[in-house]
Design a protein around this ligand. Structure first.
Ligand code: EPZ
Length: 434
C-alpha cells in the first residue's frame, strides 16, 4: 500500500481548484438507471469511489465512457441484471443508491446489504421502510436485500423520515420519480447534494418540488429523458482546504467552489480569528498571524456543521489556544482519528460522543494510520503543524475522496510526497511461493 510523507511546520500559499462533489456525483450517476437516454455529467472527480460506482453501474448494464478528463457519459439502454453483488457493494456503501432507481424502473432489485464501517453501524432500515411504504416487498436473504415492486409499479405515498438521512432521501426520490401518483417526503435531508440530484431529475423530465426546508414532493411520470448536467463543487473538500492554511499559517484561495454551502463552517472559522473573504465562487482563507481561539462544534444535518468536516476541525482545535469541544451527533464511532492525533502529541479526551481538545500541545511528526476518508485527511492537516516528517499509511482512503490531493497541496508549497509500495501483493507472493 502507498504511503504519504509530509514535512511539517509549513505555511501554505497558493490557489486550489475545488473538484466536483463526490457525494453529489454518486447519486447523479445512479440516476442514469432511471432512463434509457444518455446522461452526460460534467465536473466529475476522478476518485476511487467514482471508479467503484462505474463498476456497479456497468455490472447492471450501463455503457459508460469518459468524454474528457472530468466528463462522463452514462447510458442504460437496458438493465441487464437487477443484482448488485457483495463484491462490489462491500467496496462502497453508496452502492445502495442503485436500489431506488432499479425498483422504480425495473420493478425489482437485489442489492447486497452493506455491512458496518469504520465510522458506525450505518443502518439502511429507513430506506427499506420507505420502499415498503411505496408498496415494495422487501426480504433479506443470504446477506442480500430482495426488493420487488407491486405488479402495477411503486405507489406514491407520504413518508416521514424518522431521522434525517442523506442517501435515504436520495433513494426515495429516485424510487418516486417513476412511481404512480404523488410522493411527499417530510423531514427529508436538505444537503446541497440532494438539490443537485433534484435538479438533474427535473432536467430529464421528473416532476419534483423541493421546498428546501425538508419537504420534497414528487409526482410520478411515465418515462424520463437524457440531459447534460454539471456536478456541484465539493463542499467537504473545500472545507478541508480552508483548514489547511490555519494549521501553521499562510493564505490560500479556493476556486470553483460555492461558499454558500459552508455558511455555518465559515462562521466558525471567522469566530476564531481566521481571515475569510468570499466571492460567488471562491474563498480566500488567511491565518491572522497570531493564535486562533478555541471553539466548540456540534455536528448536525445541513445546514449545520457537517460530520464530514468534524475530523478536520478537530485537527484545527489541536493548534488553537485553550479548550475546544466536539459533539459528534451523526456517527457513533467517528472518533477513530483521536488515537492517531494523540500520536502527534495532541491532548484529546473522549467522553461518549464528546471530545475535549486541549490546544497547543506541541505536535511532533509520527507514523500514523488512516482509518477512513475524513480521518486520514485530518492526519495530513495535523502533520502540516507537526515538527518533523509524518508518514501516513493506508493512503487508499484518501484516494476515495480527494482528487489530486498531493498535487493540490504541493501547489501551495507543501512538501508532500507519495511513496508507492512496490512490495508484491500477498497473492503474488503466494503464487511465487506455491
Ligand atoms: C451520507 O451518508 C454521506 N455519504 C456521508 O459521507 C455523510 O457522513 C452522511 O451522509 C451524513 O452527512 C454519501 O452521501 C455517499 P445518513 P449516509 O443516512 O447517507 C442514521 C463521507 O465521508 N440512519 O445521512 O449513509 C445513521 O445511522 C461520507 O464522504 C439510520 O438510522 O448517511 C446516521 O446516524 C461518510 N437508518 C444518520 O442516520 C437509515 O436507514 C445519518 O446517516 C439511514 C441512516
Amino acid at each position: 500500500m502507498d504511503k504519504i510523507e509530509i514535512i511539517g511546520r509549513q505555511t501554505l500559499k497558493g490557489d486550489v481548484r475545488i473538484s466536483g462533489a463526490k457525494n453529489a456525483a454518486l447519486p447523479l450517476m445512479c440516476a442514469s438507471l432511471l432512463t434509457d437516454k444518455e446522461i452526460i455529467l460534467k465536473n466529475i472527480p476522478r476518485l476511487g469511489d467514482i471508479a467503484t460506482m462505474i463498476s456497479v453501474l456497468e455490472h447492471l448494464g450501463a455503457a459508460i465512457h469518459w468524454k474528457s478528463h472530468d466528463i462522463i457519459s452514462l447510458n442504460v439502454a437496458h438493465i441487464e441484471t437487477s443484482e448488485a453483488p457483495y463484491d462490489l457493494v462491500r467496496k462502497m456503501r453508496a452502492s445502495i443508491l442503485a436500489l431506488g432507481p432499479l425498483l422504480g424502473r425495473y420493478g425489482q432489485a437485489i442489492v447486497s446489504l452493506p455491512g458496518g464501517c469504520a465510522i458506525g453501524v450505518r443502518p439502511i432500515d429507513i430506506h427499506l421502510k420507505g420502499f415498503e411504504k411505496m408498496g415494495a416487498h422487501i426480504t433479506i436473504d443470504g446477506g442480500n436485500i430482495h426488493a420487488k415492486a407491486p405488479q402495477n409499479g411503486l405507489q406514491g405515498c407520504d413518508f416521514h423520515f424518522p431521522v434525517v438521512t442523506v442517501t435515504g432521501t436520495e433513494n426515495m426520490i429516485m424510487a418516486a420519480v417513476l412511481a404512480n401518483g404523488v410522493t411527499t417526503l417530510t423531514n427529508a435531508a436538505q444537503e446541497p447534494e440532494i438539490n443537485d440530484l433534484c435538479d438533474l431529475l427535473v432536467k430529464i423530465g421528473a416532476d419534483i418540488h423541493n421546498d428546501l426546508k425538508g419537504t420534497i414532493t414528487i409526482t410520478g411520470v411515465s418515462s424520463l429523458n437524457g440531459a447534460i448536467h454539471s456536478v456541484i463543487p465539493d463542499r467537504i473538500e473545500t472545507g478541508t482546504y480552508c483548514v489547511a492554511p490555519l494549521m501553521y499559517g499562510g493564505d490560500v484561495t479556493l476556486h470553483n467552489t460555492d461558499p454558500s454551502y459552508l455558511n455555518s463552517f465559515l462562521d466558525v472559522l471567522k469566530s476564531i480569528g481566521a481571515i475569510i473573504k468570499t466571492t460567488d465562487d471562491s474563498i480566500y482563507v488567511s491565518h491572522p498571524g497570531h493564535s486562533l481561539k478555541s471553539f466548540d462544534i456540534s455536528t448536525s444535518p445541513y445546514p449545520g456543521i457537517a460530520t464530514d468536516l468534524q475530523a478536520q476541525l478537530m485537527a484545527l482545535m489541536c493548534v488553537c489556544k485553550g479548550t475546544s469541544t466536539v459533539l459528534e451527533n451523526i456517527w457513533e464511532n467517528r472518533f477513530m482519528h483521536v488515537p492517531e492525533l494523540r500520536r502527534f502529541g495532541a491532548n484529546i479526551t473522549v467522553e461518549g460522543h464528546k471530545a475535549i481538545v486541549e490546544g497547543q500541545y506541541p505536535l511532533k511528526a509520527a507514523p500514523v494510520m488512516a482509518t477512513d476518508l475524513r480521518a486520514s485527511v485530518s492526519l495530513v492537516l495535523a502533520a502540516l503543524a507537526a515538527e518533523g516528517k509524518t508518514v501516513l499509511n493506508r493512503v487508499y482512503h484518501l484516494d476515495r475522496g480527494y482528487e489530486n490531493f498531493e498535487h493540490k497541496l504541493r501547489s501551495c508549497g507543501v512538501h508532500i510526497e507519495r511513496k508507492p509500495n512496490h512490495t508484491p501483493s500477498v497473492n503474488l507472493v503466494q503464487t511465487i511461493a506455491s
